[in-house]
Ligand binder design. Sequence first.
Ligand code: IPD
Length: 272
Amino acid sequence: RAVAERIALDAADLVRRRRREVFSGNLAQDGAVSSKSTPTDPVTIVDSESEELIRQRLAELRPSDRILGEEGGGDSETSGIRWVVDPIDGTVNFMYGIGAYAVSIAAQRDGVSVAGAVVDVPTGVLYSAALGAGAYMRDSEGEVTTLRCSAETAMSHALVATGFGYGAARREHQGQLVASLLPRIRDIRRIGAASLDLCLLAAGRVDAYFEHGLHPWDWAAAALIASEAGASVTVPSPTSSGDDGDITYAAAPGVAQEFADALDKLGALRQL
Ligand code: IPD
């Protein structure tokens, strides 16, 4: 956990500094932004720089481990530990200067997250957890709070976070699902960074979350943080790549059953 925290905080410093250097408003320096899977799926030079820093630091501190990163793919390991890295989660927010983007680093053993750290870059808030050891949040002044998810018991009062992928067909289904869910809940939030959606669930600031098609780096750290904060969490299988459209869903314990039943009724517990 200490390694994940230290490196995530360093990468967050780099991302914060480089945003000021590379962007003015949402205008980027020439060549700083390109597209990945679809024209709406962006990557910036700062995503690559952040991942490079994280890879270098992990190579120094944990040379025998494997790393799976959003921008760089995977490599081989001998220790049984795989680090799953999102150098900037919420790249669209990062580009537009909207204050919700994060660095996310998890350590997994056999596909199960055992430690994770997420740093909300603009605020400097660190969310952290280790398997079986609880989750906490540390603000930029160093104040530490144990994370507990909300005590909400009625889905009709639940604030539900969700997100959308970058492919047009999946987005159409995701929009239909939101339209069906909206009349049954308090409201929807589309924050723009899956890791922060799950950390906000851990902090009791939303009551539930769901999204289809997440990649391992989107959820690996934050799903552990939410689950250590008491949430009921379902993640894709360790072999899922994200492209197959598995659902990730999580909720505070008092609404978890009702939420899962509602998703099931809407046909959402399948791949999209
Ligand atoms: C994206 C964000 C977004 C979620 C997408 C992710 P990225 O990650 O987490 O909230 O809805 O599914 O791909 O591309 O900004 O690292």
